[in-house]
Design a protein around this ligand. Structure first.
Ligand code: ADP
Ligand code: ZN
Length: 805
């Protein structure tokens, strides 16, 4: 039996980025296993922290008196062998703390919450006791330490041993239970009791009849009451009379309890789909770790390929994991997966409550769900024996996490593919350049769906030069041709989708007299106007203030707001097309849970003719009656200081265009732009991914950018700009001799948005092809910057960053 546990403690600093040895109390030695959470004392004083047992053994890693484990949180490991190995790899490859990685993999409710408590000791004088505790055995520290005076008094008492400060670890996860009903009488006893009932005791009779049907099973009370038309008071009467027993039943919070699933059948595949499914299925059968790139134009039926390949994995007794960019934005995808696999599906995404996430996670962990659909963090779903991993829209940047650990779900998926010996399918109409280049080299196997299902044509795309339009109709968001087309669709009872590109674009307040723009006091960025809350908001730090009526600079009255919001577009369109029925979909109208799905369902039912929205409408929508797509401003993202600006614009335009003409009626797309000749827009117009790929690869080659180079971004931030800048110059001096001479180091430069939340940001970008010393160098850097972190300087390391803002 193991006496010593190696524990990873919940203190994310580098000094603790290794396990600590703790003695396991004799009573628990038989139970404690790797992957369980425990509560342990840490450091001096009475601090208690949560930790994960990494391994158990007989030899401590350090001689001397070992502290003991305080409590065991779990009855069974919450991190299995695979997950424990994954935390290690993730920490090393993203230069983050192993504890942070472990916590990232688990539902948020399983993260420990700490409460600081004040307790009396054996030496507490009665007067002190009454003052601080009244008749309570302990009190929350924050409740009594409300003034600095109180704090210093408490510190004195603590030093004298008259009170004790204690940290308690609180487990936040709550299981949901319901009462269940179980009969205590057998069939003959029930019949006998029925005979003894007084006349007219209808409720009790109904109860007994109900109990007679249970056959020893337990059903929830709610269910029972509904089925047999019995009220809860009668159930309690039955309990008192000893007819039944009420028991606690654990129930799962089912996020989709109210939505009905329509079961669907596998469709007959076309030739291209069949090839793809055959290849993937073969890899599943052979336990091959092949990575496929499924490159299929919009409407080519990629989803059907995913579904049938996943079905093949299930048929072999394996499980399947499907990742989607942001599930709350693509309710149609969830419906399709649930339609095919029903109750076997668990769903994980940010739209669920913490309790729902926890329940879905446990269903997966217990093997009760064989298919998982989810957004980024679902890549950590504790599925066993994975047969296939699918990543839809693999080019989406939401797959990369912005905070530590800065992982890309694709990298994690590939790691798990190696672990489980299963294939990965990366699907997209517009693969990222990195992925497409890897397919070119044969690292990934490319599968192509070149045509839309049933040879439906891709929509015709017209480009509208807004510079010319503006000369004719000043200040309208709608060009003449787009308006004509919209009217035409109204007449023909067909539907239209309009997208307002919000990337790199916002509504701001400007004074016409002096040109003053209202900026955030904490950040280097203008504030955005929000009509719903009637405030100006900072999108980086959350600062909020009232909309000014008078210019704060010149006190003039000519304050105007510029830029266009979806709301303004909607208002304008209502004036232009008074007969249209419009649905608006943006952050404001979809904030409420389920609002997104509701608006889409409403549009799908044909209640509205026009759907106006931000980027969120570009993905995954499949509505047969949509024959027109309009992009109001195609180019706002092109000007961003990011080498992926063209790639993102091309992807977005291709994707939103793909919403048109998906069924029998042909589609038409209008793209309004001030850069009608930009290559990203031209290639999108011709649905020419290959052309775009070749052109953009040349650009990347010339600029030494990915996929020709790998990149790492290092940022430093400090409240003092000079400190951040100075540290980065020192870092540059330190890095240069440690890295290969062919490696390019850019910077230090202030980040394009140099000040966020009162901190100044500086960055260095390392571009390299082969750099054997990099990992060791960056790890050293993390170690050495520990001391400085405590003085307020923060260093961040981002491997293959997707944003340079
Ligand atoms: P993509 O994801 O490639 O844009 P979808 O998977 O949404 O395309 O498929 C587009 C439409 O074609 C969907 O309505 C889907 O049900 C339909 N579809 C897909 N495969 C077939 C098939 N083999 N036969 C008939 N319809 C299909
Ligand atoms: Zn701000």
């Amino acid at each position: 039996m193991a006496e010593i546990a190696q524990v990873l403690v919940d203190v994310p600093t580098m000094q603790t980025n290794r396990p600590y040895s703790y003695r396991i109390p004799a009573a628990w030695q038989a139970q404690v296993q790797p992957g369980m959470r425990v509560v342990v004392p840490f450091g001096r004083g009475k601090r208690r922290v949560q930790g994960f047992v990494l391994s158990c053994g007989d030899q401590p890693e350090f001689d001397g008196a070992l502290k003991e484990i305080d409590a065991v949180v779990d009855l069974a490991p919450v991190l299995n062998t695979e997950m424990l190995a994954l935390t290690k790899w993730l920490a090393a490859s993203t230069f983050s703390f192993q504890i942070t990685c472990a916590q990232t993999m688990l539902p948020a409710v399983m993260r420990a919450k700490y409460v600081k408590l004040l307790r009396p000791t054996t030496q507490t004088p009665p007067a002190v006791r009454t003052t601080w505790f009244g008749d309570q055995p302990e009190v929350p520290f924050d409740q009594v330490a409300t003034t600095s005076q109180a704090v210093s008094q408490l510190l004195r008492l603590q030093a004298a041993g008259e009170v004790d400060v204690y940290y308690q670890v609180k487990n936040q996860a709550r299981r949901k239970t319901q009462f269940g009903v179980k009969a205590r009488l057998d069939a003959s006893a029930i019949t006998a009791t029925e005979g003894e009932l007084r006349h007219g005791a209808k409720q009790q009779l109904a109860l007994l009849k109900g109990l007679a049907t249970l056959n020893g099973e337990t059903v929830t009370q709610a269910d029972f009451c509904q089925r047999f038309d019995v009220n809860p008071a009668t159930i309690r009467t039955g309990e008192q009379k000893g007819w039944l027993q009420r028991v606690q039943l654990e129930v799962y919070r089912d996020p989709y309890a109210t939505s009905e699933i329509k079961a669907t059948q596998a469709l007959t595949l076309n030739a291209e789909q069949q090839v793809a499914v055959d290849q993937i299925t073969q890899a599943v059968t052979q336990d091959a770790t092949t990575t496929f790139l499924l490159e299929g134009v919009t409407g080519s039926g990629k989803t059907e390929v995913y579904l049938q390949s996943m079905a093949a994995a299930l048929a072999q007794g394996k499980t399947a994991l499907m990742l989607v960019p942001e599930i709350s934005l693509t309710p149609q995808m969830v419906q399709r997966v649930r339609g095919r696999f029903g109750k076997a599906v668990a769903v994980l995404h940010s739209g669920l409550s913490n309790g729902e996430k926890y329940d879905e996670w446990r269903r997966i962990q217990r093997g009760e769900a064989q298919v998982v659909v989810g957004a980024r963090s679902a890549v950590f779903a504790p599925l066993k024996d994975i047969g296939l991993i699918v990543m839809d829209e693999e080019h989406e940047s939401t797959y990369k996490q912005d905070d530590a650990p800065r992982y890309h779900a694709r990298q994690v998926a590939l790691w798990r593919s190696q672990y489980h010996h299963c294939p990965v399918v990366l699907g997209s109409a517009t693969p990222s350049l990195e992925t497409r280049a890897r397919a070119e080299k044969g690292v990934y196997q490319r599968l192509v769906l070149a045509e839309r299902v049933n040879q439906r044509p891709l929509p015709t795309v017209s480009i509208i030069d807004m510079k010319k339009e503006m000369q004719q109709h000043a200040e309208s968001n709608f060009s003449a041709p787009l308006l004509v087309a919209l009217q035409d669709r109204l007449d023909r009872h067909e539907q239209s989708v309009l997208m307002l590109n919000r990337r790199g674009f916002s509504s701001f307040v400007l004074c016409r007299d002096c040109g003053f723009v209202l900026k955030c006091p904490n950040c280097d960025i203008s504030l955005t106007l929000h009509m719903d809350s009637h405030t100006m908001k900072c999108h980086y730090c959350g600062h909020e203030e009232p909309i000014p009526r008078i210019c704060p600079n010149c006190h003039g009255h000519q304050i105007r707001y510029y830029g266009t919001g979806t709301e303004k577009v909607e208002t304008e369109l209502k004036e232009l097309l008074p007969d249209a029925n419009i649905i608006r979909m943006d952050n404001d109208t979809t904030r409420k849970k389920g609002a997104h799905a509701k608006l889409l369902a409403k549009f799908g039912s044909g209640e509205a003719n026009i759907l106006i929205g931000t980027q969120m409408i570009a993905k995954g929508l499949d509505f047969p009656n949509v024959t027109l797509v309009g992009v109001l401003n195609a180019d706002t993202g092109l000007g961003l200081p990011d080498f992926r600006a063209s790639e993102r614009t091309f992807q977005l335009l291709t994707q939103v265009s793909g919403r048109a003409g998906r069924a029998t009626k042909p589609g038409h797309v209008y793209i309004q732009t001030f850069n009608p000749d930009h290559y990203a827009i031209r290639f999108a117009q011709h649905h020419d991914y290959e052309g775009f790929f070749k052109y953009e690869m040349r650009m990347r080659h010339q600029g030494d950018y990915p996929p020709y180079y790998f990149t790492v971004q290092i940022t430093a931030s400090d409240l003092d700009e000079a400190v951040a800048a100075k540290r980065m110059y020192q870092l540059l001096q330190w890095l240069r001799p440690r890295l290969a001479s062919q490696t390019i180091i850019l910077g230090p430069t202030p980040k394009p948005i140099a000040r966020v939340n009162r901190r100044y940001y500086y960055q260095i970008v390392i571009k390299y092809k082969r750099e054997p010393n990099l990992a060791a160098t960056l790890t050293t850097l993390l170690h050495e910057t520990q001391a400085q972190q405590r003085q307020g300087l923060q260093i961040g390391i981002d491997v293959e960053p997707l944003h340079f803002m």
